[in-house]
Design a protein around this ligand. Structure first.
Ligand SMILES: *Cc1c(COP(=O)(O)O)cnc(C)c1O
Length: 363
């Protein structure tokens, strides 16, 4: 077909999602696979969220509350913010999209670590703006190098902490030194999709900066620790002026009714969150020991996934694990051709992953 597609759209790399279990089983003719590929909650959704979800089903002929009154109220109380400082998104992905649509013009620059979450580059390019990728330094976001790349055209900076896929943190002093160099009008987006899992007290929290009136947007999600990835709901916390700008580009009914209800209930389910953190932290500790015992090198992680260096090609290793019904993530598309990323599962899933590793290593 002869389509007139703008060059900046043609330049967008296709997003590579984790493989769904059904697809793997169909392709390989296998059953009982486990998916440790997308950093999802190994315990499933919170039971309270499921109850709330059930209760909304009879009302889905209604549009959702565009203002997200109940959920935003709960989030504001939880975080000690004004409701006007919170914007809901169809996943935190959508907050990234709103930032790009609201702040970027063709030719503007967006600084981001390389590699990092692919949505930063996709949304930057979709806005005809220019991604400025800055390589990691020893698997950590290099804020000093990123500061060197600030120009008069910089509009947005993305920092992801803990970083996906390495699991590394930036520290508060590093971030504050970077913020001191931010020119007026530049927005710093802090993607905190995994912040609930952090155990190291050196890590920053966007709330501190938002409360202090800094030009910071914290990106939070219900997809990981809260177990609601399939419902698509996340939010941004930010100064009121920034929220006001994002509201202009936010689709009015972007977050559906069941998602709003489930998220509000999940937020109140402290027992579920605590159990999730307990299982994930125990799983991280178990996997790190088991991987070391197998002679594999893995990155320290502050998240619910681990990046592991494997012998040979990561893609080949990934395929060998797939043959054994274990779905992980190859990291070649992130520039780590000899690595895979494994999400922490339930204890029996972690054991099955380790057993599959043992078999593949023995080949
Ligand atoms: C999973 C993830 C998100 C969350 O995306 P949602 O759209 O909220 O599901 C955001 N950033 C990073 C780095 C992630 O890994």
């Amino acid at each position: 077909m002869k389509l007139k597609v703008p060059e900046h759209i043609r330049s967008i790399p296709l997003y590579v999602p984790g493989k769904p279990i059904e697809e793997v089983e169909r392709e390989r003719g296998i059953q009982d696979s486990i998916k440790l590929a997308s950093n999802e909650n190994p315990l499933g959704p919170s039971p309270k969220a499921l109850d709330a979800l059930q209760r909304t089903l009879a009302s889905v002929h209604r549009y959702p509350d565009s203002a997200g009154y109940e959920l935003i109220g709960k989030l504001a109380a939880r975080h000690r913010l004004e409701p006007g400082q919170i914007v809901l998104g169809n996943g935190s992905d959508e907050i990234i999209s709103m930032l790009a649509r609201a702040f970027l013009q063709p030719g503007d620059e967006v600084i981001m670590p390389q590699p990092s979450f692919q949505m930063y580059e996709i949304e930057t390019r979709a806005a005809a703006a220019v991604p400025v990728p800055v390589p990691l330094n020893h698997f950590r976001t290099d804020l000093a190098a990123m500061a060197e790349r600030l120009t008069a055209r910089t509009r947005v900076v993305f920092v992801n902490t803990p970083h996906n896929p390495t699991g590394s943190l930036v520290t508060r002093p590093e971030l504050e030194a970077f913020m001191a160099r931010l020119p007026e009008g530049v927005v710093l987006a802090l993607d905190e999709a995994y912040i609930e899992f952090v155990r190291d007290p050196a890590g920053p929290d966007s709330l501190d900066y938002v409360r202090a009136g800094r030009p910071v947007v914290g990106l939070r999600t219900f997809s990981k620790a809260y177990g609601l990835a399939g419902l698509r709901i996340g939010y941004g916390i930010m100064p009121v002026d920034v929220a006001e700008v994002l509201s202009r580009v936010r689709p009015p009914f972007n977050v559906n009714l069941p998602a709003q209800a489930a998220a509000a209930a999940a937020l109140d389910d402290a027992a579920f969150l605590n159990e999730t953190l307990r299982v994930v932290h125990a799983g991280v500790d178990y996997l790190q020991r088991a991987l070391a015992d197998l002679g594999l090198v893995c990155q320290p992680t502050q998240s619910n996934f681990i990046m592991v260096r494997v012998p040979g090609e990561g893609r080949q290793f990934f395929a060998s694990l797939l043959d054994r019904g274990v779905i992980v993530r190859p990291l070649a598309s992130y520039g780590f051709a000899d690595c895979i990323r494994v999400s922490v599962g339930r204890p029996e899933e972690n054991q099955r992953f380790v057993e599959a590793l043992r078999q593949v290593l023995a080949l």
